[in-house]
Design a protein around this ligand. Structure first.
Ligand SMILES: Cc1ncc(COP(=O)(O)O)c(C=O)c1O
Length: 383
């Protein structure tokens, strides 16, 4: 059978539905494309929260990636997959004493803070740790999942926090931010880099250097709405860095992609359980949905691409709403009537839901309405 592993997986009827496939090679390809787009000027720290499969983490570690981790379990997963402790960076700015002690005992050296309390906790738990100060992104637009609110501090506070960190003997690693997940507008990084440059200038005047910028995550997966290419993101971001940080103050760059590396490396297959025709619309009930397949991004307006392997011509179509199997009205995969599905789509037919590699495996509920998380098949290159 021709095509990529994902295409073959989606077409392979030997896998009973619902199930999900993930191709580590595709994720490695995305990693390579991202590094090439940034012309080798960034160090990647894969955000483990997007999916923590051992095969993926160990393959990325062999490729030279670092890892953004949040919790003791994520640290254990990464170490268990063979990622060295020095490749881990803990971005949890609300980590408690126990979590910091665990990270210290496992050899994690790099952390994130955006409050004085976190600086104090960190200095007590992990003397001489390196710390990124996270800047707020309150005016960001273009993200399906904004990350403002409790995340990040204003510029003036970042200056004070950096001075506090230095006074407590911590190493100021640099400034970090996140312009929101599935960020469709590369220009949002321009604003963030500009903000970081203002903070860096003020810190320089106070004798504190900003050696690194952490550009965060946010680059998109390929869902139904179109987004720019990775090359466009890289061009816009590097131009902003060069404009705002002219020599001799050029910082090292770190990037923390989750979605951009793994979303397109996953597919979920499902079967049609029922086609329900009502006077107000047609509902296609699938055996995979929001809760058992972890397609929760749909709640934030992300719509997955859906294909119909048994209906290749795709000419006679009608508007439908796709739903999951549970008896819960939230378990709806698409906005009302937003998809055009083949008129002949019937109970028993299979569908493929694309770009389900990010956040789905980790978001599936353990058994809402008695439907367990869909099984995950991970395809990894031989070591
Ligand atoms: C600190 C941090 N870095 C990286 C990521 C990954 O983001 P994305 O999947 O949008 O690339 C997240 C996601 O929430 C995050 O909180």
């Amino acid at each position: 059978m021709a095509g990529s592993w994902l295409e073959r997986f989606a077409a392979d009827e030997r896998h009973p539905t619902p199930c999900a496939g993930f191709d580590v090679d595709e994720a490695l390809g995305a990693y390579d494309r991202l590094l090439a787009a940034f012309r080798g000027r960034v160090r990647v720290q894969y955000a483990v929260k997007a999916r923590p499969d051992d095969e993926l983490l160990s393959a990325l570690a062999r490729r030279g990636s670092g890892f953004d981790v949040v919790s003791p379990l994520e640290i254990e997963r990464a170490l268990g997959a063979g990622c060295p402790p020095r490749s881990l960076s803990c971005s949890n700015a609300f980590a408690g004493r126990d979590e910091l002690a665990h990270a210290r005992d496992r050899g994690v050296l790099v952390f994130t803070a955006d409050t004085p309390a976190m600086i104090e906790r960190l200095a007590a738990a992990r003397p001489a740790a390196s710390v990124f100060l996270r800047l707020a992104q309150e005016h960001v637009t273009g993200a399906a999942i904004p990350l403002g609110g409790r995340f990040g501090c204003p510029e003036t506070e970042a200056v004070e926090l950096a001075l506090l960190a230095a006074a407590r003997g911590l190493d100021v690693a640099g400034l970090s931010w996140h312009v929101g997940s599935q960020q469709s507008d590369p220009k949002q990084w321009e604003r963030a880099v500009g903000s970081a440059a203002r903070v860096a200038r003020r810190l320089r005047r106070r004798g504190v250097d900003v050696p690194r910028l952490n550009l965060g995550g946010g680059m998109p997966g390929t869902y139904r709405s179109r987004t720019p290419s990775v090359e466009t993101y890289a061009r816009v971001i590097l131009a902003a860095v060069d404009a705002h940080f002219p020599p001799p103050h050029q910082p090292e760059l770190v990037i923390e992609p989750g979605r951009a590396l793994v979303a397109d490396a996953g597919v979920t297959t499902a079967s049609v359980k029922a086609v329900v025709r009502r006077p107000w619309g047609t509902y296609v009930v699938l055996d995979a949905g929001l809760w058992n397949a972890g397609l929760l991004d749909n709640l934030c307006g992300i719509e997955y691409r859906i294909t119909y392997p048994g209906h290749p011509d795709g000419r006679a179509v009608r508007p439908v709403t796709f739903c999951g199997p549970t008896c819960d009205s939230l378990d709806s995969l698409t906005a009302a009537d937003s998809y055009r599905a083949p008129v002949g789509l019937a109970a028993g037919d299979r569908v493929a839901i694309w770009s389900t590699g990010a956040y789905c495996a980790t978001s599936a509920l353990v058994g809402f309405n008695g439907y367990p998380p869909v099984p995950q098949f991970v395809h990894a290159p031989p070591r």
